[in-house]
Design a protein around this ligand. Sequence first.
Ligand SMILES: [Zn+2]
Ligand SMILES: [Zn+2]
Length: 347
Amino acid sequence: MRAVVFERYGEPAEVREVPDPRPADHGVVVRVEATGLCRSDWHGWKGHDPDITLPHVPGHELAGVVEEVGARVTGWRPGDRVTVPFVCGCGSCPSCAAGDHQVCERQTQPGFTHWGSFAQYVALDHADVNLVAVPDDLSYATAASLGCRFATAFRAVVQQGRVAAGEWVAVHGCGGVGLSAVMIAAASGARVVAVDVSPEALELARAFGAAQCVDGTAAPDTAAAVRELTGGGAHLSLDALGSPATCAASVAGLRRRGRHVQVGLLPSADGTTPVPMARVIALELEILGSHGMAAHTYPPMLEAVRAGALRPDLLVTSTITLDAVPDALAAMGTAPGAGVTVIEPWS
Ligand SMILES: [Zn+2]
Ligand SMILES: [Zn+2]
């Protein structure tokens, strides 16, 4: 099969022929029809992810068709349309037994712990626990975007953030996950303040339901701007970018008893991220993490997509081929861009 491979961190990836993957007895091989390009792929390529060993094939937001099924898989057969969360559970550890597959103690992540979906085929483990059926009327490109950014945003806003109608929700960073969070929070009846330094990203945020926008280049103290616009601070605030500055701004923009959800990855290369804990104590803030979303919690999200209340398809702004991935991956560092780029490995 053809795949995007890199041999050294930060050096250009290339597209070449590699052996087709084989399924584990509990796994499947999926023919990749669409896969999203995400900033996490860039972090992996730069060497920020300790799970990756070289040479490596990135890619973790995918949808496709089951091609081959391991001997112990009972719930899936060749031809099924599927997607998968980017965190795959083992199905048998204490966290999985509690339904928290997104923090599985023996988790696998395609594109990180093993070769991913910037390829024509990808192997996925513990298929009976991790695969999600893609409805016939949902395109592969849209379904691919559910695996990481959209599901992560859904869990951050709805499950971890416990958003309620009428609340103010601040979203710091309006890339793929941030725009998804804006859309999900607005659809939940919240009033959203979108924060970014890109006018293009803020334009999209407004289109996806943001009631207010803060341009970080015009208003460098974004937390003060959020407190001003929301009459004292957001009830719920997300750092959807993942940087010490946006994390601190998100916490500082909360009102009393507000909830901060850290969604954007904070690479270990940046060291430990400082959080203003004095403010956390004095205002009784909650600090929460969000790490993907378990496959068995997808149905309410898929139902909202089916009903048209959520439109992940609107986040897909460009479609590229495998051959365009090396350059696009390198560009994610300086210009992550607004919206989602989808790769179609067979085009
Ligand atoms: Zn587990
Ligand atoms: Zn991702």
